[in-house]
Design a protein around this ligand. Structure first.
Ligand SMILES: NC(=O)c1ccc[n+]([C@@H]2O[C@H](COP(=O)([O-])OP(=O)(O)OC[C@H]3O[C@@H](n4cnc5c(N)ncnc54)[C@H](OP(=O)(O)O)[C@@H]3O)[C@@H](O)[C@H]2O)c1
Length: 340
């Protein structure tokens, strides 16, 4: 192992150094810089969760790079406030607001139909919207809310936006996962967390693991359309979300927790199309491929992955894993009703 790889590995395994602003400061001494492999100026970028925290910081960087940035949140009022802030920080940028609750499959369908009618080609889709429920709650459609927000909504949105992503001819999809996913195996046996005592942090870790797996599966599915799908984790980042959901953690980590811009860095790097495809890796942190399991053994098996896909497919109306063609025709998923 060369010295840089060794230091990077130590930072990663220490967690506290690697995930904090220390890791960011050290790694940026050697990480890849220079020209991006493609320009996003003038092209459309959609960021779910773009109204706050890491998503908002991602929106700012994409706007500064000249992209047409769509920030999506549940509340138009909050989205407009975020746009005001971003407009001040990136004068002249083209920032547009989108209202959608990604935990609602019906709302995702409504939004996708409207968006694809307005936007002919999408160069990057960032699945950043995130939550951490204290108790097990279900959406109006009957899905556990963390699973619906992190997994089902993004799953359906990726499928429905496939035609506009394909139209770009080199689009990127980025799932914003979490280092917390290392603490969970793939729970394809109980995706909605209905069969054991619910803990919000466990639900969070489980669904963040699912995002990493689904990014790999979507990457396979969308390859023919030259759409590259990655996942990443941003480290520990000081955001309104952390302040709300993890106040004790935030207080303890305050001297070293990253600002949102550092959490957003690898998202923007991926969205700008740095060449990750040749590496075969799909999970990233601080501009470097990371293992998807903590120990030497993989955290899941191919049949488990297929079961997760098929569960999501059944809930959303997307083709099953064994169906080698996920139809470019989105009408089936648009019309699909929610499962009981
Ligand atoms: N902060 C960290 O240390 C950290 C670490 C690892 C991973 N992450 C991940 O990074 C992502 C962003 O987190 P953050 O810390 O920046 O949190 P944040 O400040 O709370 O931002 C979360 C964003 O998600 C949006 N959102 C939540 N539920 C939504 C829904 N159902 N539909 C549409 N939008 C929804 C919120 O928008 P509205 O409230 O306006 O609707 C908000 O813009 C999350 O996926 C999180 O899991 C964060």
């Amino acid at each position: 192992m060369n010295p840089i790889d060794a230091v990077d590995w130590l930072l990663d395994k220490s967690i506290v150094l690697g995930y904090s602003r220390v890791g960011y400061a050290v790694r940026r001494l050697w990480w890849p810089t220079g020209a991006t492999s493609r320009q996003i100026a003038g092209r459309h970028v959609l960021i779910t969760g773009g109204t706050s925290g890491i998503g908002k910081a991602t929106a700012l960087e994409c706007a500064k790079a000249g992209a047409v940035v769509h920030i999506l949140g549940r509340s138009m009022e909050r989205a407009l406030q975020a746009k005001d802030d971003l407009d001040r920080q990136a004068p002249g940028a083209d920032i547009r607001v989108e209202e959608c609750d990604v935990s609602s499959l019906a709302d995702v369908r409504r939004f996708a139909e409207d968006f694809t009618a307005r936007v002919p080609a999408l160069t990057a889709l960032v699945h950043d919207a995130g939550t951490m429920a204290k108790e097990r709650t279900v959406t109006a459609e009957g899905h556990e809310v963390t699973f619906a927000t992190h997994v089902l909504g993004p799953f359906l949105l990726t499928h429905l936006l496939r035609p506009v992503l394909a139209a770009d001819g080199g689009a990127r999809v980025v799932f914003v996962s979490s280092g917390g996913m290392y603490g969970s195996k793939l729970r394809d046996d109980d995706p909605e967390y209905a069969e054991s005592r619910y803990r919000g942090t466990t639900a969070y870790a489980r669904t963040k693991r699912m995002q990493v797996v689904l990014a790999e599966l979507w990457n396979e599915r969308l390859r023919d359309d030259e759409i590259v799908v990655d996942s990443m984790h941003p480290g520990w980042v000081d955001t309104p979300g952390v302040q709300t959901f993890l106040p004790v953690f935030r207080a303890l980590s305050r001297p070293i927790i990253r600002p949102p811009s550092q959490g957003a860095d690898t998202i923007v790097w991926l969205a700008c199309g740095h060449d990750t495809e040749g590496t075969g890796a799909r999970f990233w942190h601080d501009r470097r491929a990371r293992s998807t399991s903590w120990g030497p053994r993989p955290a899941d098996t191919p049949p488990q992955r297929a079961r997760l896909w098929d569960y999501c497919a059944a809930a959303t109306g997307v083709g099953t894993w064994s169906d080698s063609r996920v139809s470019l025709d989105s009408s089936a998923a648009l019309q699909h009703g929610s499962p009981s």
